[in-house]
Write a protein that binds this ligand. Sequence first.
Ligand code: URA
Ligand code: CA
Length: 442
Amino acid sequence: MNMIDIITRKKLGQALSAEEIRYFAQGAGDGSIPDYQLAALLMAIRLNGMTPQETTDLTLAMRDSGDVCDLSAIPGMKVDKHSTGGVGDTTTLVLAPLVAACGVPVAKMSGRGLGHTGGTLDKLESIKGLSVAISEEDFVRQVSDIGVAVIGQTASLAPADKTLYALRDVTATVDSMPLIASSIMSKKLASGADAIVLDVKTGSGALMETLEGALDLARAMVEIGTRSGKPVSAIVTSMSQPLGTHVGNALEVKEAIDVLAGRVTGDLLEVALLLGSHMLVLAGRTATPEEARKLLLEALHSGAGLAKLKELITHQHGDPACVDDVSLLPQPALIRQVRAKREGYIGQMDTTALGLAAQAMGAGRAQKTDTLDYSVGFILPVRIGDHVSPDDVLCTLYARSTQDADKAEAAIRAAITISDTPVEKPPLWYAIVTKDGIEHFV
Ligand code: URA
Ligand code: CA
């Protein structure tokens, strides 16, 4: 096998064989192929695309470039959920305990915040003592024992993707549908679940801002699942505004606890129930999402979901007292209420800018080595379409300093338009893609 031949074939728009794809993915993972050849191939793929079969072959080759987690010791069908990334998107902390409380094991490998998006691992680590660095053996034992665990990706998970993603970042080849779909799916398949529910975001805070782009990505990832024999459903949901009302690590943990305790309803709960119901269906727990939703609501109202979160925290060495008293979560140096200052209707939100405002306050990293301040962020009680009066609270800032709060206030004001005329509320979800096709909700 010769790398120049492989680049040449892709340059001419030809489809690569599974062997050729395996060769360069392995070489990307073990460092035996130089960056300049990988970069040339990535650009050829970006320009000439890949067939669905090539995309699947690349996914499986990247999955196999490292360790594949073996969950077979855990009885039952293990389901995973993955979001393409959002702001105020705490669905994992709501649905993982609820799904587990319904008897379906959740073995979840999550990520850290990236750019304007938050990450489940960072949120969990705002709980005193909690660890997400758990060995594969303990991960499997915990899921067997209590039905749920949320951990970080092992260092050896899909190393080919690590290399290729870093190269794409600096060669203007991130925006390639086969490369995005295979990158996400290689890591999901390596984490060992039997079935996967994908939450593909669309809107101003999403990886794919347009609905068309989000649908294409959803289709590409479901196709990979189908071709590799794993049931995958992808639901396209809105990221035209933060999903929950809380943005920031400890704030989002608080919101998840409030939802599981039955104190708060709204869009975060609705999306968690939608994704969770499809997890129960893929796991064979119920025949329809409607039945699944009923079970999840029972687990919510009985307190079984909240109890499951407490168990998870305890097993992962965290202090579970925050579940009963959310004031024990990290608290900020200052809290400031920001008023709307004018009358009107909440129009558009630049959700990416809102996420970046939280990051700048210390909730996210500008550089890999930055340490987080778990206490900071903001609460945004308003939703698109809401009417506001000048004295209404537009947001409540949780900040480290007056200076940080001033900057965040300016950024958040700039990111939210207030319109003189009524604004229609955007839909919460658009479509579901399964192996059987697309069902549009709106
Ligand atoms: N997230 C990933 O993991 N990979 C991509 O290519 C894009 C987003
Ligand atoms: Ca393994």
